[in-house]
Design a protein around this ligand. Structure first.
Ligand SMILES: [Zn+2]
Length: 261
C-alpha cells in the first residue's frame, strides 16, 4: 500500500511511520528499505486485501501518473460486502489495475466481474519471451480503416495466454521502466488487446503513452469496444462482399467513418 491513514490523513510510508489501514482499520507499519518501494505493511503477515500483490517500482511509477486521490480507492460490493482496493479509479469511475505477476484466468475473471468498468495494464517486461513474441507477432497485424486499430488472426502468437480471453481491454506495456533503450515506436507505445473478436479476428489498438494518459481520465470507458467490434465486423464483411477495384483506396466500397481512439 502506498497510503495509510495517519491522523485521518492519507500519508505515504516514511521511515518509522505507523498508521492505520484504510481498508480494515488494522495497524500498518512503514517499510522503507533499499530493495523495495516504500510501502505500508500490516502488522500481521497477511494483507487484508487478498488481491493485493507485492508492489514493484513499475506499479508505483504507473500509479504516480495519476493524481494521489485517484490511487488506492476502496471498492465495495453492496450485496456481498466484498471490498478491494483498486489501484486507480478515475472520477468517471474507470478502474485501472496494474498487473505484474501471473494471474490465474479464473482469478482474473473474478476481478473483472467485481470492478466492472475496468482495464488492465500488464507489465510486458516480466518474462523475457513476452516482447520478442509480440515483436514477431505484430508483423501479422492487418490494417483497418481506423487509424491505430489492427486485426490479428492468431493473438496467441502475440500475447500471453492468460490475457487472451479477458472480458475487458488489456493494455501491454513492453517498455516498462527502462527508458535507457533507444527509442522504438513499437516498444514505447502501449498495445491494447480488445475483448471479443471481429469475424474471428482479435482487435489490437496501438496508442502512445501520452494519448493514453490524456484519454483515460477524460471519459467513463477508455474505448467503446462493442461499437468498434460491430464497425469492424461490418467492414470485414464488406471487404469480402465488395468487388475489388484496383487502384481505388479501400477497394471501392464506402468507408464508414470512425472516431479515432
Ligand atoms: Zn488492512
Amino acid at each position: 500500500m502506498k497510503f495509510a491513514l495517519v491522523n485521518a490523513q492519507r500519508v505515504e510510508a516514511h521511515p518509522g511511520g505507523r498508521g492505520m489501514c484504510p481498508n480494515c482499520n488494522g495497524e500498518v507499519i512503514a517499510k522503507c528499505g533499499a530493495h523495495r518501494v516504500s510501502h505500508w505493511a500490516h502488522r500481521g503477515v497477511r494483507d487484508c486485501d487478498s488481491w493485493a500483490e507485492k508492489e514493484t517500482e513499475w506499479h508505483r511509477a504507473w500509479k504516480n501518473k495519476f493524481p494521489a486521490d485517484w490511487q488506492e480507492i476502496i471498492q465495495y460490493d453492496g450485496q456481498s460486502g466484498e471490498k478491494h482496493i483498486a489501484d486507480v479509479r478515475t472520477p468517471h469511475g474507470l478502474v485501472i489495475e496494474f498487473q505484474h505477476s501471473h494471474l490465474d484466468p479464473l482469478e482474473r475473471t473474478k476481478r473483472e466481474r467485481f470492478y466492472g468498468n475496468m482495464i488492465w495494464i500488464v507489465d510486458g517486461t516480466r518474462l523475457q519471451r513476452d516482447y520478442p513474441r509480440f515483436n514477431k507477432g505484430k508483423d501479422d497485424f492487418r490494417r483497418t480503416p481506423i487509424n491505430g486499430y489492427f486485426l490479428l488472426t492468431f493473438p496467441d502468437q502475440c500475447f500471453p495466454t492468460m490475457w487472451l480471453e479477458s472480458s475487458i481491454p488489456v493494455i501491454f506495456d513492453f517498455r516498462g521502466l527502462d527508458e535507457s533503450r533507444a527509442p522504438d515506436p513499437f516498444r514505447d507505445g502501449l498495445w491494447c488487446l480488445l475483448p471479443g473478436r471481429a469475424e474471428g479476428s482479435a482487435v489490437v489498438v496501438g496508442m502512445s503513452r501520452e494519448q493514453f494518459l490524456q484519454v483515460a481520465p477524460s471519459r467513463p470507458r477508455l474505448i467503446a469496444v462493442q461499437e468498434y467490434l460491430d464497425g469492424l465486423t461490418q467492414w470485414i464483411r464488406g471487404t469480402r462482399a465488395a468487388p475489388r477495384f484496383p487502384g481505388i483506396p479501400g477497394g471501392g466500397w464506402p468507408r464508414r467513418r470512425f472516431k479515432r481512439f
